[in-house]
Design a protein around this ligand. Sequence first.
Ligand code: ADP
Ligand code: MG
Length: 231
Amino acid sequence: MEIIMKTENLAKDYGKEHVLKGITLTIHEHTFTAILGPSGSGKSTLLNILSGLVKPTRGSVWCGNEIISDFGEKQLAGWKRVEVGNVFQEYLLLDNLTVQENIKIGICPHKPSLSFDRLVRILQIEELLNRFPAELSGGQQQRVSIARAVIKSPRLLFCDEATGSLDEENSKNVVELLHNLQSAFDMTILFTTHNPQIARTADRIITMKNGAVQSDMRNEHPITARKMVWG
Ligand code: ADP
Ligand code: MG
């Protein structure tokens, strides 16, 4: 498997606080990687640096042959627009647009989109296309926000605690659908979570503690999302 992204000695300071303390890792194409760790361990900061939302204080991030941590503002904006999809704990849908219109906001005009019909079918939102966000459950809203992030066929999909606001049933559903999307479209997904059960569904588990990587393992026997047992 090709390496799609790597970092070398990535560090982030906020004032005197060393939030990331020298992170070196590689991400392989077409895999589902979980970044697991307790609240405050630096998961979001790491993901935000990898997806170009935050600048590292030291160290580098490569995507393919490019060093994105050296990009200027304009080049970085272009890279994000074309290559990166983001899903957050909050759904961030536009209230006055329908589901269909919200998803189409994610289309990138300069590259081929995924099939809209196939995408909404996989995410089980094809019946909801004319509704407004206020008429949807949390789980439904998150599936719409995933469709919006994925429709441009990003090279990398970053999910930061994407099930953090959902109950058990909806969390399992969203994790399952992300895995289904990954196989259907051969995507590369990075998913932060504080939930070890969710991490067990991934191909690879990177565990963080106090701003450093504590362990980084291939998961030889991922469990299916339905098999997750909630504590
Ligand atoms: P996690 O996602 O694992 O909960 P974060 O990456 O959000 O961890 O935060 C790690 C640490 O960095 C926390 O102590 C947090 O307070 C601090 N931090 C994160 N973002 C900022 C910021 N913009 N300014 C100052 N401190 C921050
Ligand atoms: Mg976080």
